[in-house]
Design a protein around this ligand. Sequence first.
Ligand code: PGA
Length: 268
Amino acid sequence: MSDRRPIVAGNWKLHLDHVEAVHHVTELGMRLRGMDVGAVDVVVVPPFTDLRSVSSVIEAEKLELGLGAQHVSEFEQGAYTGEVSAPMLARLGVTIVLVGHSERRAFFHMDDDTVARTAAAALRGGLIPMLCVGESEAERADGATDEVLARQLSTVLAALDGVDAERLCVAYEPLWAIGTGTPATPEDAGSACAHLRKLAEQQLGEGAARLRVLYGGSVSAESAGGLVAPPDVDGLLVGGASLTPSEFAGVVGAAADCYRSSRRSDRR
Ligand code: PGA
């Protein structure tokens, strides 16, 4: 029976300033409080400037919410203007950080080696890296999905030699699903997550059974329950649908219902 604890994370991207964030997270916390969502860990991933305010609300209201960041520097300190380090984030109560999101890869030129160094820096600083991987539409059409996922994952695992699989998460986020309004089918999401776990076995051995592999890309309250049903999907990384507390609470609720009712023994 798997003891992987599912995560539902809301990536706000470049939305909601710190004043809006306080209202948002207060409402989200209130909504979740009235629901049975103990089967999942819920994480909000706001912009850097919101982190302090959001963490204060979580603490003051005793909300069952984890705090994530969208990016972290590969450097710990020094002359790196504009960067934010893992220890700085950890000090603010951040526990998890997205690494190598496709938007960072595309717009800010993160290659696989930079992603790997960033994941290593996150771990050293006490954060859980959530490594984002996924193929483009063209790569998918070329039948290159497995190869792309293998390259993206193995570069990072090689740099994190000996990592405890519980200190790392992977999010399968196909580029053709992100922000399009059309998520992958549960079958596609399930088979890609299973494939990633198989790939991880080559470097993590039996530890791969403890690695959390999430799906992300146009998740909504409507699609969430189906997307978490396959046994290798350990949660969701949610973008657009995390910007409205009621919609995000709906995603969390649907995922929690599925994990609660599914026989965890079915999960590998
Ligand atoms: P989306 O974004 O849910 O808006 O498609 C997901 C992501 O990029 O993490």
